[in-house]
Ligand binder design. Structure first.
Ligand code: NDP
Length: 485
């Protein structure tokens, strides 16, 4: 497929602009490392200008004081535009991030559903009246936070941008979105579609630039009222420190090292597929990847043999090709990091069952491919057993009892997502209650909806996205007491 290299602009104050320095960054297709677009390399000054634009838009009554049903209708229009442009959005996502086209189509559909869900909530953000001693009226108002900054990672660009843009806009905030400098294309397109949908000038700003320069300016800017950061725990901690200096609200959606547990009474053929897809979807670059599989000893050998057999036949290739079953990782640097972890795993004594290298297929040499990789005999002390590798690397451990597996599953600094497979209701609910994670999937994996909360415990984050209660974060509560005596 030939791709037209486009020089794009970014959206600040309702205008499509180049960066103040005039410089651009090249955006590449990770399946062959060819340049597919150029985007403005924003500077600190551009980030300041985007915050200023959002502040100005917030201070004018046009958006904040808009009839909330009308705000909802604008978001419904945006939903429709995302759906109308879903082919193009999915293609851009795959060319830029590397994931399979069908995964990108799913992400775009999810983004549209998220705008639709929060559009419906725009006029349902209610305060309360509170009973107090007589001759008074006491009530609460739920006001928008103000200017919100949305820092988005590269692994689910459109889905994660939409996940926080939708509630922020529904609640009447004005926003600055910073996609990862590696994968900015669909966020820029969302900016274009939001403008088309009728979002007033300056309400949505999209700045393309590095985390080190643009991201750090946005999260340190005293004119910002709320930060929604999705990314690694390491950067999340820096963001929290920067936010503390201005006492800015912060919502952190960070990484995971997620347990995927299979009990002997599970539907084993479904569980094998789920363990495989739970790690090799998006080449393992998922916060909720089931990167640690715990398999009961009584089914262990058959289960692992079948898993390895299914993994061996996976077809690697560009995500844009229909026959591909796993795409590349996002960058050369990520490829090196993942291969480094695999080397560490071998050195630490984990047993490599399959994969572990760059694939030998000559057609894949220009891209950032890593074979789907499976280790067994992994312990929680090994790097492959405790670090978030963020690549197609599965660590398997055998277990005997419920107590033992719960303790191993919780033996991590992370606490995002967990899956378990069993036909015993008691085991299912018992283990779900004991796992120290924010989201548990029983007899399925990689499932979440715009209406269900998603967030992590421990170092996986603070707060949660999705669901009606996530709107609490995007609003502030004001109490009003009226003396009627
Ligand atoms: P990073 O933490 O490296 O980057 C995340 C975002 O932060 C990017 O936009 C990056 O910009 C930006 N950034 C980098 N440095 C700073 C800084 N000092 N101040 C402000 N912003 C900064 O994570 P990755 O992009 O590598 O994403 C992968 C991580 O995201 C994984 O840990 C994954 O688990 C997590 N994640 C969590 C999810 C959740 O819902 N809990 C969902 C998806 C991913 P740039 O890339 O331009 O440098």
């Amino acid at each position: 497929m030939t791709v037209q290299i486009q020089k794009l602009k970014m959206l600040v104050a309702g205008e499509w602009r180049e960066s103040s320095s005039g410089s651009f960054s090249s955006i590449v297709d990770p399946s062959n490392n060819q340049v597919i677009a150029e985007v403005p390399k924003a500077s600190r000054e551009d980030a300041e200008a985007a915050v200023e634009s959002a502040r100005h838009a917030f201070d004018s009554p046009e958006w904040r004081d808009m009839d909330p049903s009308k705000r909802g209708r604008i978001l419904i229009k945006l939903t429709g535009l995302v759906r109308e442009n879903s082919e193009e959005l999915a293609r851009l996502e795959t060319l830029n991030e590397g994931k399979l086209l069908r995964e990108s189509k799913g992400d775009v559909a999810w983004a549209a559903r998220t705008f639709e869900y929060f559009a419906g909530l725009a006029d349902k953000i209610e305060g309360e009246t509170i009973p107090v001693p007589p001759k008074r009226l006491n009530y609460t108002l739920r006001e928008p936070l103000g200017v919100t900054v949305h820092i988005v990672p590269w692994n689910y660009p459109i889905a994660l941008a939409s996940r926080s843009m939708a509630p922020a806009l529904a609640a009447g905030n004005t926003i600055v979105v910073k996609p990862s400098e590696t994968t900015p294309l669909t966020a820029l397109k969302l900016g274009e579609l939001a403008t088309k949908a009728g979002v007033p000038k300056g309400v949505v700003n999209v700045v393309t630039g590095s985390g080190a320069e643009v991201g750090s300016e946005l999260v340190s800017n005293p004119d910002v009222d709320g930060i929604i950061f999705t990314g690694s725990a390491e950067t999340g901690k820096q963001v929290m420190q920067a936010a503390a200096r201005n006492v800015t609200h912060v919502l952190l959606e960070l990484g995971g090292k997620n347990p995927h547990i299979v009990f002997p009474d599970a539907d084993l053929s479904k569980a094998v597929r789920s363990v495989k897809d739970g790690i090799f979807t998006n080449a393992g670059q998922m916060c909720w990847a089931g990167s640690r599989a715990f398999i009961h000893e009584s089914i262990y050998n058959n289960f692992v043999n079948e898993l390895v057999a299914k993994t061996k036949v996976m077809r690697l290739g560009p995500g844009i090709e229909e026959t591909t079953e796993m795409g590349p990782v996002v960058s050369k640097a990520r490829q090196e990091t993942v291969l480094g972890y695999i080397k560490d795993g071998v050195a630490e004594g984990a047993k490599l069952l399959y994969g572990g290298k760059r694939p030998s297929d000559p057609k894949l040499q220009q891209g950032n491919f890593v074979e789907p990789t499976i280790f067994e005999d992994v312990t929680g002390e090994m790097k492959v057993g405790c670090d978030e590798i963020f690549g197609p690397v599965l660590s398997i451990t055998k277990f005997q009892t419920v107590e033992e597996v719960v303790s191993m599953a919780n033996e991590t600094d992370y606490g995002l997502y967990g899956g378990l497979w069993t036909s015993n209701l008691k085991t299912a609910h018992d283990v779900a209650s004991k796992l120290q994670v924010g989201v548990v999937a029983i007899n399925e994996y990689l499932v979440t909806f715009p209406q269900t909360p998603f967030g992590g415990f421990k170092e996986s984050g603070i707060g949660f996205e999705q669901g009606i209660r996530s709107l609490q974060y995007y609003t502030r509560t004001k109490n009003v007491s009226v003396n009627l005596a």
